[in-house]
Design a protein around this ligand. Structure first.
Ligand code: GRF
Length: 208
């Protein structure tokens, strides 16, 4: 099978990045992480890239005159490394249409809730899971979706649920959700690599 060149954008710990790297190294994932970009110089994800000799870059918005030149820098890096799919794996910056247009239909994001619940610009990190507990929903989960111009709004590729038990806290939910994130992110990348995802309006159809 063809091996897909993947570029990963990160801001933090990078357990999703690690899971993609590990599965690509064992051959479980038909993908190769060719570059990692972080908007934060202290993101542990950068160390994970280094541990596997993957080229990594810190590209910070404040080092550029405006959003377009900031994003253009990332686009140039991704193109230099011949990236075919951009994976946002805990990337905490909102991307404008300049970036989205450069990789239209080739950017995916992982979000730790069942979109359209508990998503949008105020829902990140542990806040998502605290909101889940506070609202009292009985299931939550994770979503992998294509990225468009709006936050957490593009067509949904895969969702998976976890149960919210009475004994759960935001922290225990976070742990459970993280685990399924790692599963569905690699499933989505595999489907993309196999050319089986077809976007029809808001829907993503999976071809047999
Ligand atoms: C994940 O929960 C992901 O859904 C969200 O940011 C978090 C990143 O986690 N977008 P990690 O850095 O991959 O561990």
């Amino acid at each position: 099978m063809r091996i897909l060149n993947v570029g990963v954008l990160v801001s933090g710990n990078g357990t999703n990045l690690q899971s993609i790297i590990d599965k690509s190294e064992t051959g479980e994932l038909p993908a190769h992480v060719v570059v990692v970009i972080s908007n934060k110089s202290d993101a542990y994800a950068l160390q994970r890239a280094k541990n596997h000799s993957i080229p990594s870059y810190v590209v910070r918005p404040r080092d550029f005159v405006d959003q377009v030149s900031y994003e253009q820098k990332m686009i140039d890096i991704l193109n230099t490394h011949k990236v075919e799919l951009v994976v946002l794996a805990g990337f905490m910056k909102i991307l404008s249409s300049h970036f989205v247009q450069a990789f239209r239909g080739r950017i995916i994001n992982i979000h730790p809730s069942l979109i359209p619940s508990f998503c949008g610009k105020d829902f990140y990190g542990i806040k998502v899971h605290q909101a889940v507990i506070d609202y009292g929903v009985k299931v939550t989960g994770a979503t992998v979706h294509f990225v468009d111009e709006n936050v957490d709004a593009g067509p949904i590729i895969i969702q998976r649920t976890v149960e919210v038990k009475d004994s759960d806290t935001a922290e225990t939910i976070a742990l459970k959700v993280h685990q399924i994130e790692h599963e569905i992110l690699s499933e989505a990348i595999t489907l993309f690599a196999q050319g089986r995802l077809k976007i029809v309006g808001r829907r993503v159809l999976v071809e047999e």
